[in-house]
Write a protein of this length. Structure first.
Length: 137
């Protein structure tokens, strides 16, 4: 069940894992840093519009913000680079559907992170080479 404390924990976790400060989030939401800090300390609850903006920023669903203990996946999030790329192909997936991403080895996660960071032309070259390697015409 979702709790205000879980929401606060998740907001702090997501802010930290993405390298943002409370000042960054306050500016994004057009509120004071103190008002934002109250979200992370359970002294105040974000309104529905704010929750939507935060879920969009972090590419997770609102129900993830409200109900899943993201800190349990801390190391796997860092390894997977899950929040590194702003892409709609990742933003619409619920975390529950992507748990397999959280179970990658460190080497697999690093590989995927590097692949995601390639420019489109280089990514296309990679896929052509991988087709040759795996003997797929």
């Amino acid at each position: 069940m979702a709790s205000i404390q879980q929401l606060a924990n998740n907001l702090k976790f997501l802010r930290t894992i993405t390298g943002r400060t409370q000042d960054d989030l306050a500016a994004y939401l057009n509120i004071s840093r103190q008002a934002y800090s109250h979200y992370e300390t359970s002294k105040r609850t974000p309104d529905p519009d704010t929750l939507l903006r935060l879920s969009s920023l972090y590419h997770v669903s609102v129900d993830v913000l409200l109900g899943i203990d993201l800190t349990a996946y801390s190391a796997k999030f860092a390894e997977s680079g899950m929040f590194m790329e702003d892409s709609s192909s990742y933003s619409t997936k619920a975390l529950g559907e992507d748990l397999c991403l959280l179970q990658l080895t460190k080497e697999e996660a690093e590989f995927i992170t590097k692949l995601r960071l390639l420019p489109p032309a280089e990514r296309e070259k990679f896929f052509r080479l991988s087709d040759i390697f795996f003997h797929n015409p």
